[in-house]
Design a protein around this ligand. Structure first.
Ligand code: COA
Length: 260
């Protein structure tokens, strides 16, 4: 499959997607969003790939938001469709069933911050900046920002970030729980690939169940979510990987998980 605005690399069990529109700081136009959807589906279906890293090309920007050049032509109906299309892609990434790590190498603004939030984990360069500046354009976040941000950092901080539109540093993003870890910019990709490699070595079916349990469970009443967790716990006993993991522990060796 070929892409005009993405670079795709396969490094053993880790797939790396690089959003590659550096002239516009990797802004997401419609075709890039659609390529992201196709790339996510391709890597989801590829059994050899067990974890994914998403980053932006260059050292200035992860993604500087939706492509503002496409905004002036929008009507209320097409604007709504545009938001729904973006939400669909980010929901797909969030629920891919494989860990997706955002390696945030610079600006993560608007749709860039929303893309990072849809990922399973976020590792940021110390030079990264995060924000939802839509309000400065007279707009509202449209790719899930008003919903994922409060779930990650709490309602008060989300209100502040979205209503002021002011970006925050990587250190502040880590302090409020928006990113998992901040590393020196030069080490970002190595560290993101290292963590992706660790997650890729885990049992793939249990990994998918955990992602589903957390993503869906937090939206359910507690008792129902725990019942869902118990079902997934039970289902894991149907896997060869459960037997392999348990035997490996008892035999004091490293397990080799095959995703069966
Ligand atoms: N959509 C389209 N083009 C964008 C863009 C976006 N979201 N973000 C940046 N660009 C373009 C700029 O128009 C500029 O193009 P040009 O070279 O043809 O003039 C190029 O990328 C470089 O950006 P520039 O603004 O010159 O860089 P900067 O270092 O001065 O500022 C930002 C960087 C990220 C602070 C600034 O580009 C910005 O505020 N971008 C918009 C962020 C935003 O509002 N995103 C949410 C959209 S809903």
């Amino acid at each position: 499959m070929s892409f005009d605005n993405l670079l795709i690399e396969r490094d053993a069990a880790v797939g790396v997607i690089t959003i590659n529109r550096p002239k516009v700081l990797n802004a997401l136009n419609n075709s890039t969003l659609d390529e992201l959807r196709r790339a996510a589906l391709e890597l989801k279906r590829d059994e050899a790939i067990r974890a994914i890293v998403i980053t932006g090309s260059g050292d200035k920007s992860f993604v500087a938001g939706a492509d503002i050049n496409e905004f002036l032509e929008q009507s209320p109906a097409s604007g709504r469709d545009h938001a729904l299309a973006g939400q669909h892609v980010f929901d797909l990434i969030e629920n891919l069933g494989k860990p997706v790590i955002a390696a945030v190498n610079g600006y993560a603004l608007g749709g860039g911050c929303e893309l990072a939030m849809a990922c399973t984990l976020r590792i940021a360069a110390n030079t990264a900046r995060f924000g939802q500046p839509e309000i400065n354009l007279g707009l509202v976040p449209g790719y899930g920002g008003t919903q994922r941000l409060p779930r990650l950092v709490g309602k008060g901080k989300a209100m502040e970030l979205i209503l002021t539109g002011s970006p925050i540093s990587a250190e502040e993003a880590e302090r409020i729980g928006l990113v998992n870890r901040v590393v020196p910019a030069a080490e970002l990709l190595t560290e993101a690939r290292r963590i992706a490699g660790l997650l890729a070595a885990q049992a793939p079916i249990a990994t998918a169940y955990i992602i589903h349990a957390i993503n869906h469970g937090v939206e359910m009443p507690f008792a129902q979510a725990c019942a869902y967790e118990a079902t997934l716990f039970g289902l894991a006993f149907a896997t060869d990987d459960m037997r392999e993991g348990t035997r490996a522990f008892l035999e004091k060796r490293k397990p080799v998980f095959r995703g069966k």
